[in-house]
Ligand binder design. Structure first.
Ligand code: C6P
Length: 418
């Protein structure tokens, strides 16, 4: 679905050429062309990714790092090529600093469990922010409970940014702060957080820094060395890759010190009943058979993204955000939750007298997929005094015409529901 405005917006960015690569965009939903605005939940996949995953099963399906036979060698090479692609993409120093997981949730659980064991003692503090996804809250709560530590929270301003004026650096980082765990981009508000600046301040105090990059990886240039973080987590499926894939990047020196998270095959060096020694990085953190097909697909997703100018993709998504913001604000009683200066293409809103669930259902009947509810950020919902929002999240293949269709759908919904 595109208009003249999209053609104008193209200028070196051919959204139709990109759309043609996503088979699902030809689907009809309730007889209407699919408008997919739920990319923060999971993005759609280009044909190349789908093909890479199925080619593994069709031609080289075997376990990795385990066999001398040809298929196992080929599968291992394909998996490790994906690791190298991701290393380059995020500018990690070494490929063994890229650990494959099943997603951001698994990455954060690995980080919290292992760092908790390594660093946390009674009375220590872990600092997160008030806009975190449950995946960057609950694993730290579990670690704190286990080790007698406390969770502290950076408050959020009305526009949806860290309130660093009210919560000064000297207040943020206490004597006992050991870990800072923050999201690069908020999944609910779209806020791009100044993570680099806060990481620099934390590092000066010897605090270990962990970044939840789930909503950043597909939309920003992520350079882990430039950010200076110790750990950086993301999911593959939000970056045009397969579900069940994710990464935890870790600085070599820290990963070497961190104890393993899960035990099993391939993460060991020598096992006896008395004692086990562990494999080298990254395998120390990759127990059991990985999601080989998914990892190969993930490598292809990153190669696919690299065929495009990420800045142009981000500019396109920003243009959609600005258009959607302007149009949605013309609706009486509509309030946008998350009005930070720096945002990715995520727009959350509430409307007086309209329940987000009802609106989401009516939009679906028009073929428009948005997410409704608390977006796994219940404390943030409480901060804004709402039970949930309607959230549209854009990707590189979305168009102005689709935004207009959503706005028309919202207007229609409001008339029916009020
Ligand atoms: N947010 C959303 O609709 P997983 O489920 O492990 O791939 O990602 C968890 C996660 C962690 N951090 C952030 C900032 C996230 O946005 C998510 C996933 C989806 O907003 C599903 S709840």
């Amino acid at each position: 679905m595109s208009t003249k405005a999209d053609t104008v917006a193209k200028k070196g960015y051919d959204v139709e050429e990109i759309r043609a690569q996503f088979p699902i965009l030809k689907e009809l939903v309730h007889g209407k062309p699919l408008v997919y605005f739920d990319n923060a939940a999971t993005s759609q996949k280009p044909r190349r990714v789908i093909k890479a995953e199925s080619a593994y099963y069709a031609t080289i399906n075997a376990n990795v790092h385990r066999g001398v036979h040809t298929l196992s060698t080929k599968a291992t090479e394909a998996q490790e090529a994906a690791r190298e692609t991701i290393r380059k993409h995020i500018n990690a120093k070494h490929a063994h600093e890229v650990i494959f997981t099943s997603g951001t949730t698994a990455s954060m659980n690995l980080a919290a469990s292992s760092l908790g064991q390594l660093l946390l003692k009674k009375g220590d503090e872990v600092l997160i922010s008030g806009m975190e996804h449950h995946a960057n809250i609950v694993p730290w709560q579990l670690a704190c409970e286990r080790h007698g530590a406390k969770l502290k929270v950076i408050p959020i301003t009305d526009s949806g940014e860290w309130d660093l004026a009210r919560f000064r650096v000297s207040d943020i980082f206490g004597e006992k702060t050991r870990i800072l765990a923050i999201s690069h981009v908020s999944n609910t508000l779209g806020t791009i957080n100044p993570v680099k600046e806060l990481i620099a301040k934390a590092k000066k105090r010897g605090i270990i820094t962990v970044v939840d990059g789930a909503q950043a990886i597909a939309h920003l240039d992520v350079d882990v060395q430039d950010l200076g973080c110790d750990l950086y987590a993301f999911s593959g499926h939000k970056a045009y890759g397969p579900t069940g894939t994710g990464v935890l990047y870790g600085r070599e020196e820290l990963l070497e010190r961190m104890p393993p998270w899960q035990g099993g095959g391939e993460m060991i060096d020598v096992v006896t009943f008395e004692k086990t020694t562990y494999a080298k990085l990254p395998f120390k953190f990759e127990a059991g058979t990985p999601h080989i097909a998914g990892i190969i697909g993930l490598g292809e997703a990153f190669r696919w993204m690299e065929d495009y100018d990420k800045a142009a993709m981000a500019a396109h998504e920003h243009m959609l955000l600005e258009h959607a913001t302007k149009e949605l604000l013309s609706i009486d009683g509509l309030r946008i939750i998350g009005t930070a200066k720096e945002k990715v293409g995520v727009i959350s809103f509430v409307i007086d007298g309209v329940h987000h669930y009802d609106l989401g259902t009516l939009l679906d009947q028009q073929g428009i997929a948005v997410r409704t509810g608390h977006h796994c950020t219940q404390p943030l919902m409480e901060r804004f005094g709402v039970s949930g929002t309607t959230r549209a999240s854009f990707a590189c293949f979305n168009t102005i015409a689709e935004v207009d269709a959503m706005v028309a759908g919202v207007k229609k919904g409001v008339k029916m529901l009020r």
